[in-house]
Design a protein around this ligand. Structure first.
Ligand SMILES: *Cc1c(COP(=O)(O)O)cnc(C)c1O
Length: 393
């Protein structure tokens, strides 16, 4: 008989009853060191006292009002995002998938309204992940996600990852947008080189194509800049955000330039929950904390520390690991084989890490993780690597 919860997940036999900073406490009392943070969501740790205080105050005041009315918390969060980014305007969603939907709609509407109704095609990249809606799975082109769910939303073209020539060849007069993660998350922590992002921007400018960055996983201070694309000095026309932006409260956003958003007039898009007072009050607090230059400097320092320790681990287990990649506190350990064994051995060490494609184990801890927890995480990873290597030989 089917389980009462639709069985679409492969779940580990762990159920956590409490969180404290970078630690999760299992029902049986075991304490797990969390290097996944809900897949880059709990960026200020579990049950952050600062966020909990804002949540409680807003919960006692006003949770939800319709977007039929003004929402000052939403306006304050949008103002701060606009002030701190390339964007002129923001729409709030509840998830990354919904942000993907709007990003695609916005790009097509722009081309349509600018007299290019033929420019409906969107170029995406092999290994990408943009969510689970019919549009987002079409964007991914991944057989695992699309199989059996057709007909898919048409108008997507996948290009090989890291192949600028293939990209140039894919651009045609019907190309309306290019959608890319500056660092692929699910695809295995694959950063796009700065010069490739710059080249993308130039191609878009030359051909009247909109550039969409999906920063759902790599954004919101994760890489040590507020948004990952800042490292390359390249700005998109449209950007998707979610995951970390609510620090654990479901929140997402689409940021855009005035030009790219010009087709999105009253009545063209909406959301019941998106941008509600509760979510936006929390999002504003998250943003106040993580956009502080001193906080970002700490993310960079901690990222450097973790990376250095991981390089040491790679050197200790050359048969198991191939290397480390990523930026800030979005790091991937590339293995020579599938990562499931190492992830299971990490669980046995009461350590939570997250597998990704391309034989990668992801480390996406809370951005305020104490240094001693980083040291402890690598000690546990070392023990897990030792056990994995022993099993393999
Ligand atoms: C998680 C993720 C999404 C989807 O976000 P949901 O909140 O799960 O809908 C989209 N893009 C990227 C890069 C992601 O990591």
């Amino acid at each position: 008989m089917i389980s009462s919860v639709l069985p679409t997940y492969n779940r580990a036999p762990l159920s956590f009853v409490k969180g404290e900073g970078s630690w999760l406490i299992e029902a049986d009392g075991r304490r797990f060191l969390d290097m996944g943070a809900g897949i880059a969501v709990n960026i200020l740790g579990h049950a952050s006292p600062e966020l909990a205080a804002v949540l409680k105050e807003q919960a006692d005041t006003l949770w939800h009002v319709s977007n039929l009315y003004q929402i000052p918390q939403q306006k304050a969060l949008a103002d701060k995002l606009v002030a701190g980014s390339f964007a002129d305007t923001v729409f709030f969603t509840n998830s990354g998938t919904e942000a993907c939907e709007l990003a695609i709609k916005m790009a097509r509407k722009y081309q349509h309204d600018k007299g290019h109704p033929e420019k409906t095609d969107i170029i995406t990249f092999e290994g990408c992940f943009h969510g689970r809606s019919s549009a987002a799975i079409a964007a991914s082109g991944s057989e695992k996600m699309v199989g059996g769910f057709g007909p898919l939303l048409p108008g997507f073209k996948q290009v090989k990852w890291g192949d600028p020539e293939a990209l140039k060849a894919a651009v045609t007069p019907t190309t309306g947008a290019i959608l890319i993660e500056p660092i692929q998350g699910e695809g295995g922590i694959r950063p796009v080189p700065d010069q490739d992002l710059k080249a993308l921007r130039e191609i878009c400018n030359e051909h009247g194509i909109l550039l969409i960055f999906d920063e759902v996983q790599c954004g919101v201070a994760r890489t040590g800049r507020l948004f990952a694309h800042e490292w390359a000095g390249v700005t998109p026309d449209i950007m998707m955000s979610a995951k970390g932006i609510g620090g654990g409260f479901p929140l997402g956003a689409v940021l855009a330039t005035q030009e790219a958003a010009s087709g999105m007039v009253a009545g063209t898009h909406g959301s019941t929950y998106g941008g509600n007072p509760l979510g936006c009050a929390i999002g504003l607090k998250v943003l106040e904390i993580v956009s502080d230059p001193a906080f970002l400097a700490e993310v960079n320092r901690k990222g450097g520390l973790l990376r250095q320790k991981l390089e040491g681990l790679v050197a200790s287990y050359p048969d198991l690991f191939e290397g480390v990649r990523g930026q800030g506190l979005m790091l991937g350990l590339k293995l020579k084989t599938a990562p499931a064994g190492l992830v299971a051995q990490a669980y046995a060490q009461n350590l939570l890490v997250v597998p990704a494609a391309d034989n990668v184990v992801r480390l996406l801890p809370a951005l305020n993780i104490p240094d001693e927890d980083l040291t402890e995480a690598v000690a546990r990873l070392d023990a897990a690597a030792k056990a994995t290597t022993a099993l393999a030989s």
